[in-house]
Structure formats: structure tokens, C-alpha cells
Ligand binder design. Structure first.
Ligand code: SF4
Length: 432
């Protein structure tokens, strides 16, 4: 059977649009689905963040995935392929959150993680008996995650070429985040020998461990970092601020080769954090956390969100001041977005505050709901303002000037260029 897996590309977004620079990650989800596919089938992958899907192809089946901002494009592709008689299956977070909507465009929706039902779906398809919906009743064991099929993508087209996963899920349930809905709150860990075997196959470093919370299961993390150290490969990953409670894990991560951690600070107001279910973030210890990571030789990629209830027009400047004082190495800023499937979406829906139904705009850079405390226009302008300030050379020197870390300097240079292009494009096409 010929199976073509396609990651649809969403509307313009500073982090993923190939026109603004290389996309960050290869499509790990599809590479994993390919790894799950029995060898008798021939699989190809098209990632639209690097190449547009070819509408003239006629495989036996198309497997689509899309984040919310890319859902309209995925539906457009599905309509086109089905019009040509090619069956289309869709999975991923958006289709899992809104299967009925997806079924208006595709033959079948796979709800939840592919490990649960993909093989069964293929068997049914081969037997001419594919159902409309496949849904796992529980979260599949992380031991069933196969090595990703790296041979199906050109990793040189991506900024972070080497990507894999050791755990899935997060013990927390922040209201805006899709992770605990899609992957669950019980953090599932891959057997360490599986992870190391996959890492061995990767020819290069650093490896991005795109786990939702690499230290979310401290016992596993302890064992994992000790074992990973033997690979000799550097890595970067994501962890919650709760790592402050386990400083020995920070040291172990550094010894194992950790070069950077993505940390969701989200807000510098405790009240706002409580509103989004992230009260465990200790604002008074943010700077201490950054310093600890820096002392361990780990760079900090800090994530901040705007438009939270209680944010006012000054929040951008306060956040920029904090991020510069704390010497955050890389900043990722976004407008809080009510993604389908999240508690934040349900809350805004109940309050009648969702103002935009065009999924294209659910990209973290555009406002999709009625904010409190400032207008939608001020919110979007504020996001652009903080990006421009944070990636100005004055700010870069202030934040990372004291530390000679070529990777961090390079990352800032890349971001600075992307932000300039992004802002130029927005100013040229303001409605985009
Ligand atoms: S800690 Fe991070 S990954 Fe976990 S639920 Fe909150 S935002 Fe999501």
C-alpha cells in the first residue's frame, strides 16, 4: 500500500513559516507514525512547512495532521484529494479535539495518539472496512513509541535537525495547554534502553528532546540523565519551573549534556498565573531559577504569554524589563489562544468571549477572543513591540553579553533576523 503522510502548514506565523527562515523541527509526529507502519507498506512524508503538498499524487491513502492554525489548509487538502478519489485519514491535536468538524472533510479521524489505533486502522482499510472514527480508550504505553523514520525527511531543511522524545504527558493541567488533554497527566516514560537506542541512530547533536516536561517524573529523570551521559550527545528540552525543587536534577541534566531548557514562565503576575492554572510557578524565584540554570551551563528559553485576564497595557514593558534583568537567553512570546480541547477554550466559550472562528488566526500572534484590560489591537501591537525590543541588538547584548555561548548568540541572531522579516511582512500586509 502507498501511504502519504502530510503535515499541513498553517497561516503565517513567526515560528514556523518557511518564508521567514527554516522551520524549527522536522515533523516528529509523522515520522513516528511512519515508524509504526508495518514494513510491507511504502510511506512518504510531506511537510508543508518546507514544501507544498503535490495535489496530483494518488497514493492509496493520505494521512493528514495539523495543529489548529493549519486546520483550514488540512481541510482544503482533504477536499482536493477526496475529490480525486483518494481516501483521507486525519489525526493530531485539532482533529482529536473536534472530530465532528474534521469528518466534514475527511473519511476517518484518528482521535488521540497514533500508537493506539494506527495499525488497526490500516488493517481495516486494507480489508475495505475502515471506520469513521478510531479512538483509544486509554493512553498507549510509551514503550510502544517506535524510533522515528528519519530517513523520510531531509533534516537539513530544519533548524533543530535532530528530534526525539523520551516521555509523554505532563502532571500539570494549565488551562491553555493541550498537553494534558491530548497526552494525559500521568507522565509516561519510554524504557531508557529504547531512548538510547534511538539516540544512537542519530548522527549529530544537539538532540532536541521534545518532551512536555523532561523532569516531570523526577525518578525517571534521574535515571535517564545518568544513562544519557554515556551517549556523549548534547541535548536540549523542556521543563517546568518546579525543577527548582530538585536542584540535583538540574546538575544531572547539565552533566548529561543539557545545553538549554525551554521554561514556561508565562506571566510575571501571580494572579494571572493562578487564573490559568499555573500557580505552581513561583514568580519570586524566577531569577533564581535562571541563575541556577546559567550556573550549570544551561541556557534558558523563556516562554511568556499575553492577554491573560488582568494583563494591562504595561504588561509588555514589565515583562521585557524582567526578561532582560533575568538575562533570559531566548524569549518566545505569544498571545494566549483558546485552542479547542483546552479548559481555556471552554471557559471563554461559556463567557461568550470568543470573537474569531477562523482557525488560521489561532497561531499565537493574533487575537481570537475579547481580552480584558486592553483592546485586541493593543494586544497584537504589544506582542510585536516586545519581540522587536527583545531581539534588538541592545537587548541581546544586555541579556547574553556577559556569557560567551556561541549557540545562544547564534540563536539570537537567527531570531533577530526572523523577527525583522516577520514585522516587515505584518506591516506590509497588516490584515494577514
Ligand atoms: S506545565 Fe507546561 S506542558 Fe505541563 S500543562 Fe502546563 S503548560 Fe502544559
Amino acid at each position: 500500500m502507498e501511504i502519504c503522510l502530510i503535515a499541513a502548514e498553517g497561516a503565517r506565523y513567526h515560528g514556523s513559516d518557511a518564508r521567514l527562515g527554516k522551520p524549527l523541527f522536522p515533523p516528529l509526529g509523522l515520522m513516528t507514525v511512519a515508524g509504526l507502519t508495518p514494513e510491507e507498506h511504502n510511506v512518504t512524508i510531506i511537510d508543508e512547512s518546507v514544501e507544498a503538498a503535490d495535489l496530483s499524487i494518488e497514493p492509496d491513502v493520505i494521512g493528514l495532521t495539523a495543529m489548529t492554525a493549519a486546520a483550514p489548509r488540512a481541510y482544503q487538502l482533504a477536499d482536493e484529494y477526496r475529490a480525486r478519489g483518494v481516501p483521507v485519514v486525519m489525526g493530531g491535536m485539532h482533529a482529536s479535539a473536534l472530530p465532528a468538524e474534521a469528518l466534514d472533510h475527511v473519511d476517518t479521524v484518528l482521535v488521540g495518539e497514533a500508537e493506539g489505533k494506527w495499525r488497526r486502522l490500516l488493517d481495516d482499510f486494507a480489508a475495505g472496512d475502515m471506520r469513521r472514527v478510531y479512538r483509544s480508550n486509554d493512553f498507549p504505553s510509551a514503550a510502544s513509541i517506535p524510533p522515528a523514520r528519519r530517513d523520510l525527511v531531509d533534516i537539513d531543511l530544519y533548524t533543530a535537525k535532530h528530534v526525539m522524545q523520551a516521555t509523554r504527558g505532563c502532571p500539570f493541567a494549565c488551562s491553555f495547554c493541550t498537553v494534558s488533554t491530548f497526552f494525559g497527566r500521568a507522565l509516561r516514560t519510554r524504557p531508557i534502553d529504547h531512548v538510547l537506542a534511538e539516540a544512537e541512530q542519530i548522527d549529530g547533536e544537539p538532540i532536541a528532546l521534545v518532551d512536555d516536561n523532561i523532569m516531570g517524573h523526577p525518578e525517571y529523570a534521574r535515571e535517564f540523565f545518568s544513562a544519557w551521559a554515556d551517549t556523549g550527545k548534547s541535548f536540549w528540552s523542556q521543563a517546568s519551573t518546579t525543577m527548582l525543587e530538585t536542584p540535583e536534577l538540574i546538575a544531572k541534566a547539565a552533566d548529561a549534556g543539557c545545553k538549554a531548557l525551554f521554561v514556561g514562565f508565562e506571566s510575571i503576575s501571580q494572579i494571572q498565573l493562578e487564573r490559568i492554572g499555573k500557580r505552581f510557578n513561583p514568580i519570586e524565584k524566577y531569577e533564581e531559577l535562571v541563575k541556577r540554570l546559567h550556573d550549570a551551563g544551561i541556557a534558558v528559553i523563556g516562554s511568556f504569554m499575553f492577554g491573560l485576564d488582568g494583563d494591562d497595557e504595561d504588561v509588555f514593558e514589565r515583562t521585557a524589563d524582567f526578561a532582560e534583568d533575568a538575562e533570559i537567553d531566548i524569549g518566545q512570546f505569544s498571545i494566549i489562544t483558546p485552542l479547542p480541547g483546552t479548559r481555556f477554550y471552554r471557559e471563554l466559550e461559556q463567557e461568550g468571549r470568543i470573537t474569531v472562528r477562523d482557525w488560521n488566526r489561532y497561531n499565537g500572534s493574533q487575537v481570537t477572543f475579547e481580552p480584558i484590560g486592553m483592546s485586541a489591537e493593543t494586544l497584537e501591537n504589544g506582542l510585536q513591540w516586545i519581540y522587536e525590543r527583545f531581539y534588538s541588538w541592545r537587548s541581546i547584548v544586555r541579556r547574553v553579553g556577559k556569557r560567551i555561548t556561541p549557540l545562544v548568540w547564534m540563536a539570537n541572531a537567527i531570531y533577530s533576523k526572523r523577527v525583522s522579516r516577520w514585522l516587515a511582512e505584518i506591516r506590509e500586509h497588516p490584515a494577514g
